[in-house]
Design a protein around this ligand. Structure first.
Ligand SMILES: [Zn+2]
Length: 292
């Protein structure tokens, strides 16, 4: 715990892809969600599944840690409670404004550094995504460990996706740690106008499985397209500066400037599209020699 805290403090401001696991338990989230329900048959049925919610949430955590969420059982009902009923508990008693568990929802939403969506590392997190979708895994509908802050676009792109093979498990920001090594890389394409493409490069310490998972994540959320569009705007914004530097001191002056720019971006975030883009820019002798 101490080590972890120390690590977080050292890297404050740099972490984009990892979020501390929620501290609220699945049991507390569930009991709070159903706390203001009128006593009746539905409440009795819901109260009867509290033990299942807790035990499934525990095994979900074990599976997430072991990279085996693709084997987590999909069920239509949680004992006598249907998936639709669990979805309503989430919508009306957890996510809705002024609902009994809305404070837990807000707490989850406010967890990322700089409000950044941990699925794309770029847009603002304004929604909550069920890592394993609630209609397929109703037992996890209000389990905080399955509820990840996300931007609207990522939430839509993911939809009802669930993994059926180990490499199909998308990045789980509570359980995967991918911010320690560089993996997000870019290349300047010698096109007119100049463009930049992005890709995942496997760090030595990653397993093949983690690499495949992050590549799959990269494709699923169309991160190359997202970053390439941002980079196109950035390239156009730095064109005059690059030309002025070139006129002043030739390719070496351009390279040196963007090397410093890249180091500055890297200090702010190890795996951001800007860090990757500026690294690609200063490393491209084609770009630095005047192809702005
Ligand atoms: Zn996103």
């Amino acid at each position: 715990m101490q080590l972890r805290k120390h690590f977080s403090q050292l890297n404050r401001g740099k972490i984009m892809w990892k979020i501390d696991k929620p501290t609220v338990s699945a049991r507390d989230s569930f009991t709070k969600s159903i706390s203001r329900m009128h006593n009746g048959p539905l409440k009795v049925r819901l109260e009867a599944i509290e033990g299942l919610i807790t035990s499934n949430s525990n095994s979900y955590e074990d599976s997430a840690q072991a990279n085996t969420l693709h084997n987590f059982p999909r069920v239509e009902n949680v004992a006598s409670v249907t998936a639709a009923e669990m979805a309503t508990v989430y919508d009306q008693r957890f996510a809705a404004k002024k609902s009994p568990a809305r404070d837990i929802y807000d707490q989850l939403l406010s967890a990322p550094t700089n409000a950044c969506c941990p699925l794309c590392g770029h847009r603002e997190a304004t929604t909550i995504d069920h890592h394993l979708p609630k209609m397929e895994y109703p037992v996890l509908a209000v389990s905080p460990q399955n509820l990840v802050p996300a931007c609207m676009e990522c939430n839509k792109l993911k939809g009802e996706y669930f993994p059926i093979a180990s490499e199909e498990q998308l990045l789980h920001p509570y359980f995967d740690e991918i911010d320690i090594q560089r993996w997000l890389k870019a290349k300047v394409k010698e096109t007119n106008p100049t463009s930049i493409i992005f890709y995942v490069e496997k760090p030595d310490s990653w397993s093949d499985l983690l690499f495949k998972r992050i590549q799959n994540h990269f494709d699923k959320f169309k991160l190359n397209e997202l970053y390439a569009t941002q980079a196109a705007t950035e390239l156009s914004g730095i064109r005059k500066r690059a030309q002025d530097l070139f006129n002043l001191g030739g390719p070496a002056q351009v390279k040196n400037h963007f090397l410093q720019e890249s180091e500055s971006r890297r200090a702010a975030a190890l795996n951001s599209w800007r860090t990757a883009a500026y690294e690609a820019i200063y490393q491209s002798s084609w770009y630095c020699s005047g192809n702005f």
